[in-house]
Design a protein around this ligand. Structure first.
Ligand SMILES: O=P(O)(O)OC[C@H]1O[C@H](O[C@H]2O[C@H](CO)[C@@H](O)[C@H](O)[C@H]2O)[C@H](O)[C@@H](O)[C@@H]1O
Length: 247
């Protein structure tokens, strides 16, 4: 597939296809919202909802959020906004606003790991355990001294098995199912209406987003990372607002 030629929307910032041909697949934390001290304390900037709604209309509904968070959290922060949501780095998928989250047959995290994770975070102030469908996150943003002990504990739990993997996140260590990544979600969404036949534009900020970038580019689209392609998440959101305003 050939790379599409950019349109006039690229006047400030990286190139994008014209909105009537584009599909947007966007990361949440560090991209649509700034990184905050805790997962619950992120702030949706005034104007972002209007920007996303305008964009969704102008690109025929082809707007998806592809996040590491559970889908329910995107519903909380961006209620009714995206057409589709892929959660937990591509493990979970809801293909349409009124559709159901697709059932996932995945191994749950062993109870022993969950119990040890609870005990571990209780030993380090200002740390947190986040539970997911088939994973967990040990957050140490509030106490960086926990980084090494958290990693060591996870490595011990994971040794001798290949169902789960450790992944670095921003001031957090995550356990995920092996083989799950955002690239799968991009491919799945781009195969269905209203995304199919459009040019994917994926934007993210973290290691987990590199699979989304690769998948979008492999489909003949665009993949951008903050801070490589946009200096900050704020710059990215300004670019996004510009796309909507000039259509
Ligand atoms: O794929 P994303 O939408 O970027 O989600 C990645 C992870 O984001 C969240 O954690 C990160 O953001 C928090 C809020 O800014 C921050 O406090 C934390 O230190 C970061 O690691 C979320 O909690 C995770 O579940 C996501 O996987």
């Amino acid at each position: 597939m050939t790379t599409p030629s950019p349109s006039a929307y690229s006047s400030s910032g990286p190139s994008a296809p014209s909105l009537d041909r584009a599909a947007f697949l966007l990361d949440f934390d560090g991209t649509l919202v700034d990184i905050a001290p805790t997962p619950d304390s992120v702030q949706v900037e005034p104007g972002l909802i209007d920007t996303l709604l305008r964009l969704r209309d102008l690109c025929g509904g082809a707007l998806a959020i592809v996040t590491g968070r559970p889908i329910a959290q995107i519903d909380h922060f961006l209620p009714g906004i995206p057409t589709a949501v892929a959660g937990e780095h591509g493990l979970t998928l809801r293909r349409s606003p009124d559709g159901a989250e697709e059932p996932v047959s995945a191994s749950p995290i062993p109870t022993a790991w969950q119990q040890q994770a609870e005990a571990l975070v209780s030993q380090f102030r200002d740390t947190a355990l986040e539970r997911k469908k088939a994973g967990l996150v040990l957050h140490y943003r509030g106490n960086p001294a926990a980084e090494t002990p958290f990693r060591s504990a996870i490595e011990t739990w994971l040794s001798g098995q290949d169902i789960f993997e450790i992944h670095p996140s921003k001031m957090a260590w995550e356990i995920r199912l092996a083989g799950i990544h955002k690239g799968n979600a991009v491919e799945a969404l781009m195969a269905q209406a209203p995304f199919a036949g459009r040019i994917p534009v994926f934007v993210g900020d973290d290691v987990t987003d590199m699979d989304g970038v690769r998948a979008a580019k492999a489909l003949g689209g665009y993949g951008y990372l903050i801070p490589d392609d946009f200096r900050t998440a704020h710059d990215f959101r300004a670019w996004l607002a510009h796309l909507g305003e000039n259509a």
